[in-house]
Design a protein around this ligand. Structure first.
Ligand code: G1P
Ligand code: ZN
Length: 552
């Protein structure tokens, strides 16, 4: 590293007229259109509230980076200058400000940082006409707790100014060390630490030998943060051919696409695997690298099934070969993992949507693996979901079983039965229509119990309430559930992360035992439930939408 370069500093207070952060930050921080975020003093107001609230800021270490979207670099500059004005002792950031969410979580943990600020709107589009976001992570490396986000939001209401140091912009072009006032800034590579962690978890030699033996893989970084990590992992270390990583250069607008690894937004990769014969394995990650999609030749792996497969085969991975403490899934995620957990005799927890609920269980040593239906899987190695980790986990299982993705799925269903599963998203609905639909369905739930629904009978219908087994806290209103007498489930939720109007998510699940029909198209297997929920919730009638915007 170069010797420390000292920057002159002039601490300044900038007054603001009125507090104007108009939305409580959620699990994923504050997410808005880029233009909204770029209003004068908006970002600074939010950062001021974070720096006034996060415990240990004075004298502490902070991790800062982002997914490379438009305004990443300028925002890091603002955070550095404001952190220096608030007595932060050290900022660790990365070359070009590129830092994936799981890599940030790891850096927070290994550097005993007080937390991290990650600039990302995850899988939302980027660019000046796209979205921008600020995520806050706590000292455990996970998303800020509800009480912390509440305090930050409360702080935004009373601010009448912010502190910032006026100085020139430090360079993030290469690694280096700098100082502004009494704060040190380390610009690190950002990729190495994460790769080291992966090498401690997986057997790279085994994966490498497997993929070099005629098992062609394709990885789509969707022009987002995972490109540089994936190139180093797959091409440099595991010896996959150059070009294995597609769209590997992070671009400020993600090349105009949505960095969302699903069949709609990662269609090129999906076509390659589902229509072509050349590749044996395909994977993609989202904007900030915490989500993953897994594909085999002619085979899409449903994320709920993915969690179940990882759990059932965790003994293939060196780091988990001694057994799992337990597993957890979010409520809308299918119960495929529950059956596996029961079979291997470990606890299985059902939590509300969002990674922070897993954090408590991971910190308390109750679980090793966890996941969500929304293409998120992770373990106790960090406190965020981790896209590339999941891809390596899959490759490690396939290398150990020496089989194709499709064969592994067939074997899994033959052992445990299949949870047919699909999520139907209705995007950009007017907020009023969505709220009204949701409230009406909620009020009609009690009358459903015992009634026939989609050819079965309703055994439970409620709004999911979670009691945290670690701290006893209660979280209400986490989604409307209709549970049928054969274990099938329909769940309705309104998205907490969309930025345009409201998004209604309908989750559908139906179980077939190992002796049943295991190879149907999920949309056909779930047909009765799809028709029943549309009629009960009046989705088409109220929204005017004849079909969902995205079907997963
Ligand atoms: C979505 C997903 C959820 C995930 C969150 C953050 O939230 O559904 O599982 O934790 O993004 O990545 P939603 O928009 O449904 O509130
Ligand atoms: Zn993400």
């Amino acid at each position: 590293m170069s010797p420390t370069e000292l920057f002159p500093a002039n601490n300044k207070r900038i007054p603001i007229d009125k507090p104007f952060i108009d939305q409580k930050p959620g699990t994923s921080g504050l997410r808005k259109s880029t233009r909204y975020f770029q209003q004068p003093h908006y970002l600074e107001t939010f950062i001021e509230a974070i720096l006034q609230t996060l415990p240990g800021i004075d004298g502490g270490t902070l991790i800062v980076g982002g997914d490379g979207r438009f305004w990443n670099r300028d925002s890091i500059d603002v955070i550095i200058k404001m952190a220096a004005a608030h007595g932060v002792q050290k900022i660790i950031t990365t070359v070009d400000g590129i830092l994936s969410t799981p890599a940030a979580s790891h850096l927070i943990r290994t550097n005993n940082a007080v937390g991290g600020i990650i600039l990302s709107a995850s899988h939302n589009s980027g660019g000046v006409d796209g979205d921008f976001g600020v995520k806050i992570n706590g000292s455990n490396g996970g998303p800020a707790s509800e009480s912390l986000t509440n305090q930050i939001y409360a702080a935004t209401k009373t601010l009448d100014g912010y502190q910032i140091i006026e100085t020139e912009q430090i360079s993030l072009d290469k690694t280096g060390q700098y100082a502004i006032a009494s704060m040190n800034i380390e610009v690190i590579d950002g990729i190495e630490d994460y790769i080291d962690l992966m090498q401690k978890i997986f057997d790279f030699d085994r994966i490498s030998a497997f993929i070099k033996n005629d098992f062609l893989i394709a990885f789509d970084a969707l022009h987002a943060v995972t490109g540089p990590y994936a190139k180093r992992l797959f091409e440099d270390l595991l010896g996959a051919p150059l070009g294995t990583v597609r769209n590997g250069k992070p671009l400020e607008d993600f090349g105009g696409g949505h960095p969302d690894p699903n069949l709609t937004y990662a269609k090129d990769l999906a076509d390659l695997l589902l229509l072509g014969q050349e590749y044996a394995f395909g994977a993609a990650c989202d904007g900030d690298g915490d989500r993953n999609m897994i594909l085999g030749r002619n085979c899409f792996v449903n994320p709920s099934d993915s969690l179940a497969v990882l759990t059932a085969n965790s003994d293939c991975v060196p780091a988990y070969s001694k057994g799992l403490l337990g597993v957890a899934r979010s409520m809308p995620t299918s119960s495929a993992v529950d059956i596996v957990a029961k079979n291997i005799g470990i606890p299985c927890y059902e939590t509300p949507t969002g990674w922070k609920f897993f954090g408590n269980l991971l910190d308390a040593g109750q679980i090793t693996l966890c996941g969500e239906e929304s293409f998120g899987t992770g373990s106790n190695h960090v406190r965020e979901k981790d896209g590339l980790w999941a891809v390596l986990f899959w490759l490690q299982i396939l290398a150990s079983k020496q089989c194709s993705v499709k064969d592994l799925m067939k074997q899994h269903w033959t052992s445990f039965g299949r949870h047919y599963y699909s999520r139907h998203d209705y995007e950009s609905i007017s907020t009023e229509i969505a709220n009204d639909l949701y409230k009406t369905v909620e009020s009609k739930l009690p009358s459903l119990i015992g009634q026939s629904f989609g050819g079965r009978h309703v055994s439970l219908a409620d709004n999911f309430v979670y009691k945290d087994p670690i701290d006893g806290s209660i979280t209400r209103n986490q989604g409307l559930r209709i549970i049928l007498d054969d274990g099938s489930r329909i769940v309705l939720r309104l998205s907490g992360t969309g930025t345009k109007g409201a998004t209604l998510r309908v989750y559908l699940e139906s179980y077939v035992s190992p002796k049943g029909h295991l190879e149907q198209d999920p949309q056909i297997a779930l047909k009765e439930l799809i028709v029943a929920i549309d009629s009960f919730a009046e989705i088409t009638k109220r929204t005017g939408m004849l079909k969902p915007t995205v079907i997963t």
